[in-house]
Ligand binder design. Structure first.
Ligand SMILES: Cc1ncc(COP(=O)(O)OP(=O)(O)O)c(N)n1
Ligand SMILES: Cc1ncsc1CCOP(=O)(O)O
Ligand SMILES: [Mg+2]
Length: 218
């Protein structure tokens, strides 16, 4: 009981998935997102959390601004954690983790929109599928500075194991992924990479995204 998006389309969207919030940005988030879209980002996640993150009306205003940029580019706009916000702005989907609102409940609330779920084990991946996930995010693959409460680093092994155990859901790797590591993540069985710092902290966002996109062409 996943949404209406086909797994093939989902895999395409996962190829270069930028995860972003205002706290990650060295310049205006809208400029970063617009540059990432010009570079070929295939999906954007609005993850407004961590020290100094916007709340309330300011968070809503930024979400609307970034969503409009994604709409102009024809790229899906996903909201992290905040199902209320996603519903309010008509986002294309929601990403939730194991400590967030349950995937099954979110699926009921968002109908056919995209549902992404974090999974750290084969069991969590199976449950995510049963609860209607369209894709799973697996990580952290490598050490990350972008998430204070990140689970232990898994390397690419968990993605491999999920594939070996018959998990066919679209998978995106996340956590410490750089352009030089992206190919390894895909070789392990991921359909794409989800990235914060390797794009947002780059001196040239557009080129950084292009470089990831080029890694995905195999
Ligand atoms: C694509 C993707 N995968 C995993 C996560 C992590 O979600 P979660 O475990 O809920 O942690 P937070 O991001 O909410 O801190 C993600 N956001 N995106
Ligand atoms: C949100 C999230 N979930 C697991 S690791 C991570 C942070 C990824 O950020 P970066 O690409 O900067 O390591
Ligand atoms: Mg979460």
């Amino acid at each position: 009981m996943s949404g209406s998006i086909s797994p093939e389309q989902m895999r395409q969207y996962l190829r270069m998935y930028l995860v972003i919030g205002s706290v990650n940005c060295r310049e205006k988030p809208l400029c970063v997102v617009e540059e990432a879209l010009r570079g070929g980002a295939t999906m954007i996640q609005f993850r407004e959390k961590g020290p100094g993150a916007l709340t309330g009306e300011a968070k809503l205003a930024l979400a609307l601004e970034l969503q409009a940029a994604c709409r102009r580019a024809g790229v899906p706009f996903i909201v992290n954690d905040d199902v209320e916000l996603a519903a309010r702005i008509g986002a294309d989907g929601v990403h939730v983790g194991q400590d967030d609102e349950s995937a099954a409940a979110v699926r009921k609330r968002i109908g056919n929109r995209i549902l992404g779920v974090s999974a750290h084990t084969v069991k969590e991946a199976r449950t995510a599928l049963a609860h209607g996930a369209d894709y799973i995010g697996v990580g952290p693959i490598y050490p990350t500075l972008s998430k204070d409460d990140a689970r232990p680093v898994q390397g690419t092994r968990m993605i491999q194991e999920m594939r070996e155990q018959g998990i066919k859901l679209p998978i995106v790797g996340i956590g410490g992924i750089t352009t030089s590591r992206a190919a390894e993540v895909v070789r392990a069985g991921a359909d794409g990479v989800a990235v914060i710092s390797a794009v947002t902290q780059s001196d040239n966002v557009r080129e950084a995204v292009q470089s990831f996109v080029n890694q995905m062409v195999q």
